[in-house]
Structures are given as structure tokens and as C-alpha cells.
Design a protein around this ligand. Structure first.
Ligand SMILES: Cc1ncc(COP(=O)(O)O)c(C=O)c1O
Length: 425
């Protein structure tokens, strides 16, 4: 009888759990069925070109675009006129940096950012350096945050733009955006934030945060791929921008090309859902993350938390497992659990994460890191299964690892940050 009960429980458990488990929500998110529903009817029924203003097909498409624009603007506390559609955050970041440099280059040729920015900010910055601009790359502390006094010191009379990411894609660390916005305003410098990981996951208010330009993307918030936006402030100050894609003059001339109406509709719906559910969703995801962290650290010693203990995205857990190659762990798990080591966006090249290196993490810990990205559709069952598999796999890999012997099994290294429960401050 007792045995029966146990097997019933485990059968129930397995029946509810569908493998592989997706826990890589920083790379991209699955589309929300409600978003899909909104896009489906648009794809089926409204094929008009939103620029065709001489017939009802175009009018209908334009109406849908403007409705979505308003939904998106509401999530940011912005005005719809301040939303420029792009293909995603990469394009938005490029438009922001190059577009500002082109217009304000006369005034000054200096930009400031942080070393842990995403490649889609760092690469345009390198491009600008090749064209005579000077870029200051601010270092980060061991949690991945910049120091505000260093930011202030870096600003000169020639600085035209500060570009600081709102949330890091690898370690989830949140930057003090509101304080940065205040400093930028005081010094009269424009402030761009790459918020690809932040919009839909933390409250973003461009007014309160003093943001002048903001890049974000639908596929990080349960919307479709290939659509994103750049918020461009229109007053106090009115930000001017040089277009980087020329053509039919769509999006107020800032980004030409026929608008992808179904994707825009999906993006709008994703923002509307986020605005409504962000608070309850964050709490639920936080609980899942705490559960995962506690189960993993109960089962294993020498686990290091990377990133900020509290000021981080609710769904982010970046851990290093001493003595284990992150890549080997990833491979051992990959058929059942989708997680990531380092940044997925640069995985064509296998190189140690520059973000983890910037935190001052020891080389072996950089190589032994795994990023768990929890999201809307993860369940407690998935978390429990993942924790069990991670613990088993790390133990097995450590048994055969010469690296683990060298560091000394069970050795307690210097004080490490532990995850703090609750919302970021
Ligand atoms: C912080 C950050 N910025 C920019 C991007 C690029 O976004 P997209 O895929 O929409 O071009 C990503 C995607 O990984 C990201 O995490």
C-alpha cells in the first residue's frame, strides 16, 4: 500500500512534467498564447500596409499599429509618439548610439557606458571609436554595478551620451537607473538605457527614471521575435536622432521600412499583459528562484552566486560550481533542461564570459558558471526536477574532476554573497 502510494505520487509527478524544460528566458521567451491569439487574427484578416492611407485595408492596419503603440507607451509611462518600431533591441541600440553620435557629434565626441554592456551596445561603440569618438567604459564592482561617483567623474564638457543597461543579461544585476538619470539631467547629458532584459520584468518609468532613449524587444517579454522599439524622448529635452535605415520615411523618418503589423500587434499585447501582471508574476518567479537556489545549495557545497544578492532580475540565477566546467554541465543537462553558460548571444564563439570576468571572478569560476533564466511558464515541478538533476550531475562531474580535487572538496572559500529573498530595493 505504501509502495503504491509512492509510485502513484511519482507517476503523477512525471506525468505533469514535460521534458525538455525551458529555463533560458534571458535568451528569449516563449510566446504567450494570448499574444499568439491577437497576432493570429491580425495575420488572417489584416494584411494591409499601415502606410496605405488611401483605403480601408491600410486604415485598419494603421489603427492596429497605433493601438499597439499606445499599449507599449503605457508600460513605460511614455507618450505613443515617442515609440519608434525597430526589429529588436540590437537595432534600437544601434539607432540610439549612432543616431545620437551623428547629430550631437558637433557638440562633443565622448560617450560613457559600462564594460558589461551587451555586444549590441559595445560593438556600435567600437564602430564610433573608429570614427573618431572617444568612449569611456566604466568598470563594475563585484556585483556588476557601476559606481555613481565614477560616472560623475567620467562626464566632461564633450560627453554627449551615457548608455547604461537597466538589467544585465547574464547576471541579472539591476543598475541604479534613477540615480544615473538624475546625474545625466544635472550634467545636461542624454541618457540611453538598454532595457532589453528589463522591460516587462521590472517597472520602467521613463519620466521617473530620467531616461531619454530606451531600447527593448518583444521576444524577451513573451512577444514575437523580430520586433522591438526605441523610446525617444520628445520633450524636456526633445531628443534628435539621425536615421540609420533610409527609405519610405516610416516612423517619422527615423526608421524606414513597411511595418510588421502582426508582430507589432503581438508586441502591444505582450506589453498590456506585462503592465497588468508584472507585480504578481515577479512574486511568483521570485519564489521559484528561491526554491531553486535553496535546493541546489542544500545539495552542493562550493556554489557561488554571481551578480547582486538582491538587486537582480527575479528570474535570474547565475551560479558557479567549483571544479566543474560549465560547458560539460550544460552538455550533460542539455537534453532535459535548457539553460545557458555565459551569454547565449555570443555562443558562436566559445569564450569565457566578459561579464563574469569584469566582476573579478576567478578564472575557474568564470568557466564553471551556469545561467538559469526563470520565466512566466516555469513551474515548481520543473524547478524541483532541475535542482535534482543539477545536484546529481555536478556531484558526478566533480567525482571525475581533477579541478575539484585541486580546489579541495568541501573547502569553504572566502565569504560569498548569498541570495537575499524579496524584491530588489
Ligand atoms: C541586454 C540585451 N541587449 C540587447 C539584446 C539584443 O536584443 P535583440 O535580440 O532583440 O536584438 C539582448 C538580447 O540578448 C540583451 O540581452
Amino acid at each position: 500500500m505504501k509502495f503504491d502510494k509512492i509510485s502513484q505520487v511519482s507517476y503523477h509527478f512525471i506525468a505533469m512534467l514535460k521534458l525538455p524544460i525551458y529555463m533560458d528566458n534571458h535568451a528569449t521567451t516563449p510566446i504567450d498564447p494570448r499574444v499568439l491569439e491577437a497576432m493570429g487574427s491580425c495575420l488572417r484578416e489584416h494584411f494591409g500596409n499601415a502606410s496605405s492611407l488611401n483605403h480601408p485595408f491600410g486604415w485598419q492596419a494603421q489603427k492596429l499599429v497605433e493601438r499597439a503603440r499606445a499599449q507599449i507607451a503605457r508600460l513605460l509611462h511614455a507618450d505613443s509618439k515617442e515609440i519608434v518600431f525597430t526589429s529588436g533591441a540590437t537595432e534600437s541600440n544601434n539607432l540610439a548610439l549612432k543616431g545620437i553620435a551623428e547629430i550631437y557629434g558637433e557638440k562633443g565626441r565622448h560617450l560613457i557606458m559600462q564594460v558589461t554592456e551587451h555586444k549590441s551596445v559595445l560593438d556600435p561603440a567600437r564602430h564610433l571609436e573608429r570614427h573618431g569618438f572617444q568612449v569611456t567604459y566604466l568598470p563594475v564592482d563585484s556585483y556588476g554595478q557601476i559606481r555613481l561617483d565614477e560616472l560623475e567623474r567620467a562626464i566632461t564638457g564633450k560627453t554627449i551620451l551615457i548608455s547604461i543597461m537597466a538589467a544585465n543579461n547574464e547576471i541579472g544585476t539591476l543598475e541604479p537607473i534613477e540615480e544615473i538619470g538624475r546625474i545625466a539631467k544635472e550634467k545636461g547629458v542624454l541618457f540611453h538605457a538598454d532595457a532589453a532584459q528589463a522591460v516587462g520584468r521590472i517597472p520602467v518609468d521613463v519620466e521617473k527614471m530620467g531616461i531619454d532613449l530606451l531600447s527593448f524587444s518583444a521576444h524577451k517579454m513573451y512577444g514575437p521575435k523580430g520586433i522591438g522599439a526605441l523610446y525617444v524622448r520628445r520633450k524636456n529635452p526633445r531628443v534628435r536622432l539621425a536615421p540609420q535605415i533610409h527609405g519610405g520615411g516610416q516612423e517619422g523618418g527615423l526608421r524606414s521600412g513597411t511595418l510588421n503589423v502582426p508582430a507589432i500587434v503581438g508586441f502591444g499585447e505582450a506589453c498590456e499583459i506585462a503592465a497588468r501582471e508584472l507585480e504578481t508574476e515577479t512574486e511568483r518567479i521570485l519564489r521559484l528562484r528561491t526554491r531553486l537556489y535553496e535546493a541546489v545549495t542544500r545539495g552542493l557545497d562550493e556554489v557561488t552566486l554571481n551578480g547582486h544578492p538582491r538587486n537582480r532580475l527575479a528570474g535570474n540565477l547565475n551560479l558557479s560550481f567549483s571544479g566543474v566546467e560549465g560547458e560539460s554541465l550544460l552538455m550533460s543537462l542539455s537534453e532535459e533542461i535548457a539553460v545557458s553558460s555565459g551569454s547565449a548571444c555570443t555562443q558562436a564563439r566559445v569564450e569565457p564570459s566578459y561579464v563574469l570576468k569584469a566582476l573579478g571572478l576567478a578564472e575557474d569560476l568564470v568557466h564553471s558558471s551556469i545561467r538559469f533564466g526563470l520565466g512566466r511558464f516555469n513551474t515548481e515541478e520543473e524547478v524541483d526536477y532541475t535542482a535534482r538533476r543539477v545536484v546529481q550531475t555536478v556531484r558526478r562531474l566533480r567525482e571525475i574532476s581533477p579541478l575539484y580535487e585541486k580546489t579541495g572538496s568541501g573547502k569553504k572559500s572566502e565569504r560569498k554573497p548569498t541570495l537575499q529573498e524579496g524584491l530588489p530595493k
